[in-house]
Design a protein around this ligand. Structure first.
Ligand SMILES: [Fe+2]
Length: 305
């Protein structure tokens, strides 16, 4: 599939209360690799990501997400998308090259849920620790859960339907799955910009909140090992290991020391644009989110940052 426009999830910048504790969590336990620091932020990547970073930690007084950024295929995509956003009266802020270590220029805008979304085309290539000629299958020195790559984020907020329409009509995402109420109101959407079951998901809520960031692991065995690591190091478990009905993904949820929810995720299906949108009734929400349990745990709905 030729991917044009928005290509994939690029990075997420989150706020943490204690940088040393956060860096220890995301490197020693989550298994990301630190690539840089600046005055206020630490930059990290999954081992099989070639670009400079996919997670940025910023020390602040409260946890949560600053922005979620997608990488587009070409610099010209930024100009085209900015024009299409302007037609819909969505204002764009220009962020200069180098504002984040290793990245080119970004455009930044608010979507109707109240979350800040950014786009960029250019990133410094730092590689995945393996040669690009005759590589082995993983590099030495990986730690903890050995997080492979940024998978997706789930965000809670108002105006979910308008936000989904913006992602579909301007950014070129497809609605892989959605949750609808009896009267046909869409209360959640799982959106794919390329070949994954989702790159971003939105669930209706009164205020813009950050629900979780998710990194890919390669197997169910790796999810089980993540559970071992959570127990061994007394990380704050949310729920799992278990399975989602939506995406069919295998999952475990836990929290970083600041209270931001993490997920490691595998399984699910490849998405192609000719795949029908899968609909879930709101009355089946429990099965949709946690397939084995058939019901939500209280934290899933109430604990966000
Ligand atoms: Fe997720």
């Amino acid at each position: 599939m030729a991917i044009e426009g928005v290509m994939r999830a690029g990075h997420v910048q989150i706020r943490v209360l204690d940088m040393d504790a956060a860096v220890k969590h995301y490197t020693e336990y989550f298994g990301l690799i630190e690539t840089a620091r600046d005055a206020t932020r630490v930059y990290l990547k999954g081992w099989d990501e070639f670009d400079h970073h996919s997670l940025v930690l910023r020390e602040a007084d409260e946890p949560g997400m600053d922005h979620f950024a997608f990488k587009v295929r070409h610099e010209s995509d930024l100009d085209r998308i900015e024009g299409e956003l302007a037609e819909r009266l969505v204002g764009v802020t220009h962020i200069a090259p180098g504002e984040q270590v290793g990245l080119g220029r970004r455009i930044s805008f608010l979507v109707p849920t109240g979350h800040r979304i950014e786009l960029y085309a250019t990133a410094e290539l730092v590689g995945n620790g393996l040669p690009t000629r005759n590589p082995d299958v993983w590099p030495d020195g990986l730690k903890g859960m050995r997080a492979v790559r940024l998978e997706h984020c789930l965000l809670y907020g108002p105006n979910v339907n308008e936000t989904i329409q913006l992602f579909r009509d301007v950014l070129g995402f497809c609605i892989a799955e959605e949750i609808v109420t009896e009267d046909g109101t869409r209360i959640a959407g799982f959106l794919s910009c390329a070949n994954k079951s989702h790159d971003i998901a939105f669930i209706a809520a009164p205020e813009p909140r950050f629900h979780h960031l998710s990194y890919w692991l390669d197997s169910w065995d790796d999810i089980q090992k993540a559970a071992d690591i959570i127990r061994k190091h007394n990380l704050a478990l949310d729920i799992g290991p278990t399975r989602h009905g939506i995406t069919r993904g295998l999952t475990i949820y836990f929290f970083d020391p600041s209270g931001n929810r993490n997920e490691v995720f595998t399984g699910s299906f490849p998405y192609y644009p000719d795949r029908p949108t899968i609909q879930w009734d709101a009355s089946e929400l429990g099965k949709a989110i946690f397939y084995y349990e058939g019901r939500l745990n209280e934290a899933f709905l109430s604990v966000t940052t």
